[in-house]
Design a protein. Structure first.
Length: 600
């Protein structure tokens, strides 16, 4: 993103430095007429705002002002042209308490960025647009969240937005692409019509691969199969593709990528076209291509390279299961070579460079324990996936245009696979894990699955740390984890019990404080007793033990016991147990493992 932040006073210096660390801001400035060496050393440039904008306005897509909203408006007033060309404008006060998306709420995505900044800085977003007040879908912008591209005149989209603001019915005719968007509260307000229904032209937008509608969102579902003579020029390939799509009324904006035979990995024309359009190429072997049944096999191609089809077979292979050959091959020739083109439509979108997966540790329960970094990621993501109970805990943070996908407790792999699939489609996904996702959570499984995908096809991912239930259990009881400690899960569903026993033995030999996760369930009702009996062989029976249940939630409890008085019947999967070491004390309900400071 090409964004800048401008502080309108010296008081904004610290906020500017925080903004510089985000992905939204590249350069930061302080409004002034003379250079300040101290600020220059902090990478804050000092310059008059008008001089900054004269130079930067044509090339930037976001400006964040820190200071007065009135001053910000006066600065940008003479630069504004139209909402589809102007950069997004956000204003933040000097205390970071208010974040106001001012310009580009739709086209420049400044509304969503403002949400992320507000969550990151701990501020409150102030919105004035009608869409937010009434939970309307941002008709001319929401498709960006789903990996789509928009076509149609701005004035036609504006007319539709005005109709929506007047509470008139809005219709959508969707023939391709992901349809999850209409399960959101905002999406449900749009009337869905099928291909056979008569549409109201002035009240309808389309989601399709075709370009002959006034208002269109284009999902990336078209795979272009290409076969060509060696050294065919990029210009011939590109012109042929343009003519082919134009004659079939297909939108360039729905192209997911190119496909061809692997002997073309060094074909300059195809590589240049792919790079210019920023689209992937999938290469297939002649053996794989030969398995695809196509309507126009060629004996000439079979004899020359060992497969009867390149263009038709490769686009079908790239499009995947349940795809259809939308357009059979056509051959284009001139003095600069020859190219064959075919088009397949995939059931699923494909835009992994636009998709993201954010693995979020949602903390032990209460939203107050959710980190600012996690809140920022949640506001960035269009789809949240998780176990129903965990999603319900953070549901108050969800906007009306975001979608929840809830699943059962044992469906971890399915959740991860769904997150990857959606991210490959070009959608930003939050995968929710309770506590800290890297502690017995979803992060490990997701990363294992991502490792199986070739790096060049892998969507972006980020792990956002959360507060673990053991951290909160320790905090509400004192400081039992002040010295070396370890955590051990007693669930033997994924880890063999003999290995768990070995780890318990090692923790006891090392005199570690031991935190036990997943201590006991209806099915696993003997493991905890076995562990405690083993502990009693190495540690004194009066060793203090914390039994904490549902920490961070409405029914949170904490109780102290000793190794020989643990109430096994009160313990379940919502319980965290902390067993002290030889130095741990319990005095006046202060659970403490001393570090040794007072001995020095």
């Amino acid at each position: 993103m090409k964004g800048i932040a401008i502080g309108l006073s010296n008081n904004s210096k610290e906020i500017l430095k925080r903004l510089k660390k985000t992905e939204f801001v590249k350069d930061i400035y302080i409004a002034g007429s003379s250079k300040d060496d101290g600020m220059q050393n902090e990478l804050i440039q000092v310059q008059k705002p008008r001089e900054i904008l004269l130079k930067k306005w044509p090339e930037i897509d976001l400006i964040i002002f820190v200071g007065s909203i009135a001053a910000s408006i006066r600065i940008i007033n003479s630069f504004l042209t139209s909402k589809d060309q102007d950069p997004g404008i956000i204003v933040i006060d000097n205390k970071c308490s208010k974040v106001i998306p001012l310009i580009g709420l739709h086209q420049s995505n400044s509304q969503n960025i403002a949400y992320q900044i507000a969550n990151l800085l701990g501020g409150e977003i102030i919105e004035t647009n009608n869409s937010n007040d009434q939970s309307f879908l941002n008709l001319d912008a929401f498709g960006n969240q789903w990996g789509w591209k928009r076509s149609g005149k701005i004035k036609d989209w504006s007319k539709l937005v005005i109709k929506q603001a007047k509470n008139e019915e809005i219709f959508c005719k969707q023939s391709s692409g992901n349809s999850l968007w209409n399960t959101s509260e905002s999406g449900a307000m749009i009337n869905q019509i099928n291909e056979k229904e008569i549409e109201k032209l002035d009240s309808t937008f389309h989601v399709s691969i075709f370009k002959n509608n006034e208002r269109n969102w284009h999902p990336p579902v078209l795979w272009i199969g290409i076969g060509c003579e060696r050294n065919t020029s990029k210009e011939l390939i590109e012109n042929s593709l343009n003519n082919f799509l134009e004659s079939r009324n297909l939108s360039q904006q729905s192209i997911a990528g190119f496909a061809t035979i692997d002997i073309k990995k060094d074909e300059k024309g195809i590589l240049e076209l792919s790079e210019e359009k920023n689209l992937p190429i999938k290469f297939f072997s002649k053996e794989d291509l030969s398995t695809i049944i196509v309507p126009n096999p060629s004996n000439v191609v079979q004899n020359e390279i060992g497969t009867p089809s390149v263009a038709e077979a490769s686009c079908l292979l790239a499009a995947g299961e349940e795809s259809k050959l939308l357009e059979e091959k056509r051959i284009f020739k001139n003095q600069f070579g020859a190219v064959t083109i075919a088009v397949a439509e995939s059931k699923n979108q494909y835009n992994p460079t636009h998709g993201e997966i954010h693995i979020i540790g949602s903390g032990p329960g209460d939203i107050s324990f959710l980190t600012s970094n996690a809140k920022k990621a949640l506001s960035r993501c269009t789809v949240w996936i998780g176990y129903k109970m965990y999603l319900d805990l953070i549901k108050p943070l969800k906007r009306s245009d975001q979608v929840l996908i809830k699943s059962k407790l044992t469906e971890e792999k399915e959740r991860c696979s769904k997150a990857i699939k959606l991210a490959e489609e070009g959608i930003k996904v939050a995968l929710i894990s309770s506590g800290e996702s890297g502690f017995y959570g979803m992060a490990g499984l997701l990363l294992e699955l991502l490792q199986k995908i070739k790096k060049e096809y892998r969507p972006y991912f980020q792990v956002h740390p959360g507060i673990s239930s053991v951290q909160l259990a320790a905090a509400i009881s004192g400081a039992p984890l002040m010295n070396d400690f370890c955590s051990i899960s007693l669930s033997d569903k994924l880890t063999p019990w003999p290995l768990i026993e070995k780890r318990i033995e090692g923790a006891l030999v090392g005199d570690f404080v031991i935190a036990l996760f997943n201590p006991q369930s209806i099915e696993r009702n003997w493991q905890l007793k076995s562990v405690i009996n083993r502990c009693l062989q190495s540690r004194h029976m009066d060793t203090p033990v914390l039994i904490a249940r549902e920490v961070g939630r409405e029914n949170q409890t904490k109780k102290f016991f000793t190794l020989n008085t643990i109430p096994f019947k009160e313990i379940d999967m919502l319980t965290v147990i902390i067993i002290g070491n030889s130095q741990t004390t319990l005095v006046d309900e202060i659970f403490l493992t001393p570090r040794g400071y007072l001995q020095n």
